[in-house]
Design a protein around this ligand. Structure first.
Ligand code: SF4
Ligand code: SF4
Length: 68
């Protein structure tokens, strides 16, 4: 089981991570960071994250860290 940590202040609302996660665990949110960009949320109530790190590799702003 994996876990990701999102650095909201780096997020630019590109949503590449949302499209990339094979399990659909990263969701758009209606919250914004201090720059006014919409952030994303990690939503994994069933512990489905496999720590594949595809989300982190795809994020152009290095806003995602993955933990195993
Ligand atoms: S590490 Fe893989 S499974 Fe976990 S949130 Fe990122 S893309 Fe999804
Ligand atoms: S890929 Fe990175 S910058 Fe783009 S929405 Fe996801 S966390 Fe934010």
């Amino acid at each position: 089981m994996g876990l990701i940590k999102l650095n909201n202040s780096r997020c630019k609302s590109c949503y590449l991570c949302v499209e990339t996660c094979p399990k659909g665990l990263i969701k758009k949110s209606d919250k914004t960071n201090r720059l006014g960009d919409y952030i994303v949320e990690f939503d994994d109530p069933k512990g489905e994250c496999v720590a594949c790190a595809m989300c982190a590799k795809r994020c152009p702003d290095l806003a995602i860290e993955v933990f195993k």
